[in-house]
Design a protein around this ligand. Sequence first.
Ligand code: HEC
Ligand code: HEC
Ligand code: HEC
Ligand code: HEC
Ligand code: HEC
Length: 283
Amino acid sequence: MKYTGIFLLLVGLSLPVVSHAFNPDQGDGWGPTAASNVGGVRNTRHNLSLDFATWRAFMNPYFNNYGEVCVYCHTPHAANTSVQGAPLWNRTASTATYTLYEQVNQPVAGPGPNSVTCLSCHDGTIAIDAIINMPGPGKYDPTHQLDEAFLDSWSGDIQHQTMLGCTQCHFTGNGWSIPDLGFYTVGPDLSNDHPIGVTLPNTSDFRILTGEVTGEMRFFDKDGDNKADPDEIRLYESGGYKVECASCHDPHGVMNPNGSTFIASFLRMSNENSELCFTCHVN
Ligand code: HEC
Ligand code: HEC
Ligand code: HEC
Ligand code: HEC
Ligand code: HEC
C-alpha cells in the first residue's frame, strides 16, 4: 500500500515516454501493445513476467515478478489437481459463485476445468500472482489457498492485485496506451457471455464434430489429421463434451495463417465473416 502514491507519481511524470514504448496498432486486430504477438506466449500480454516491457518496474509493487513466463499458469511439479483436466495447473482456483447463462435447450453447467483456468484471473477475484508453486526449492503452498504470507515470501510485503485492482493504472483515459484491465475482466457474472458448460445439440442447426481424443475432447478436424491442433475449435470432456473458454481461445496464441502475428484476442481462428461462430452453428 505504502508504494502507491510514489509509483503513481512516477508513472505520471513519464507519460510521454511510456506511450512511445508501444507498437502502433498494426491493423492485425490487437489493441496497442508492446508485445509483438509472434513466436510464442512469451511475446504476448499473457507473459506476466513482462520481459518484453520497458516499464515492468512500475508494476513490481502490485504483483510478484516470478521472472518466468509459464509459471503464472503451469508448474512442472506439484500441480493443482483439484482442477482436473487442466494441464499441470499452478494457480489457486477461484471460489467465486458464478451466475450462469440462462438455460435455453439444456441445463447450463458451471464452468468446467478449461474455463476455471481462465477465470482464475479473468473473474477478477483472485490475485494475478496467486500460484501454488513459485520458482525455486521449498516455495510451495500445498493448501492451494490464497495465502498472503506465502505470496509475500517472494518479494516482501507488496500488493497482490486482482485484474480489477490493476485498474489503478490500467483504466480508460489514463493518458497512456496501456490496456484497460476492466475490459478484460469477465467477472463472476457469466449470464451475458456466450454459454459455457453446454454440449453441442444433436440438431440440424449445429455442425458435427469430426475428431476425438477419447475422454479428453472432441474437435472440428479441419485438416483431417486426427489431431487436436491449436487452430481447431474443441469441446472438452467434463461429463459430456462441452463448450469452455478454451474452446474458442488458445491462451498461448495461434498464428494467423496469412498474417504476421497471432490471431487477435487469443482466438483459435479468426472470426472474420463470423467463421468462428459458423464452426459450430449452421446459421
Ligand atoms: C503503477 C501503474 C501500474 C499498475 C498498478 C499496473 N501496471 Fe501494468 N503496466 C503499467 C505500465 C506503465 C505499462 C507499460 C509497460 C511497458 O510496456 O513498458 C504496463 C503494461 C502492462 C502489460 C503489458 C501491456 C501490453 O500490451 O503491452 C500487462 C500485461 C500489464 N501491465 C499487466 C498488469 C497487471 C496484471 C497488473 C496488476 C497485477 C498491472 N499491470 C498493474 C503500469 C501499471
Ligand atoms: C496465461 C496462462 C498460461 C500461460 C502463461 C501458459 N499457459 Fe500453457 N495452457 C494454459 C491453459 C489454460 C491450457 C489449457 C487449454 C489449452 O489446452 O489450450 C494450457 C495448455 C498447455 C499445454 C497443453 C496443450 C494441449 O494442447 O494439450 C501445454 C504443453 C502448455 N500449455 C505449455 C505451456 C508453456 C511451455 C508455457 C510457457 C512457455 C505456457 N504453457 C504458458 C495457460 C497458460
Ligand atoms: C495468470 C492470469 C491469466 C490467466 C490464467 C488467463 N489470462 Fe487472459 N489475460 C490476463 C491478463 C493480465 C490480460 C491483460 C493483459 C493486457 O491487458 O496487456 C489478459 C488478456 C486476455 C485477453 C485479451 C487479449 C486482447 O488483447 O484482446 C483474452 C482474450 C484473454 N486474456 C483470454 C484468456 C483465456 C481464454 C484464458 C484461459 C484459456 C486466459 N485468458 C487465462 C491474465 C490471464
Ligand atoms: C464461443 C466462443 C467463445 C467462448 C466460449 C469464449 N469466448 Fe471470449 N471471445 C470470443 C470472441 C469471438 C472474442 C472477440 C470479441 C471481439 O473481438 O469483440 C472474445 C473476446 C474475449 C475477451 C476480450 C474482451 C474484449 O473486450 O476484447 C476476453 C477477455 C475473453 N474473450 C475471455 C473469455 C473467457 C474468460 C471465456 C470463458 C468464460 C471466454 N472468453 C469464452 C469467443 C469466445
Ligand atoms: C464451440 C462451439 C460454438 C461456437 C464456436 C459458438 N457457439 Fe454459440 N452456442 C454453442 C452451443 C453448444 C450453444 C447452446 C445451444 C443450446 O443449448 O441450444 C450455443 C448457443 C448460442 C446462442 C443461443 C443462446 C440462446 O439463448 O439461445 C447464441 C446466440 C450463440 N451461441 C451465438 C454464437 C456466436 C455469435 C458465436 C461466435 C462468436 C458462437 N455462438 C460460437 C456452441 C458454439
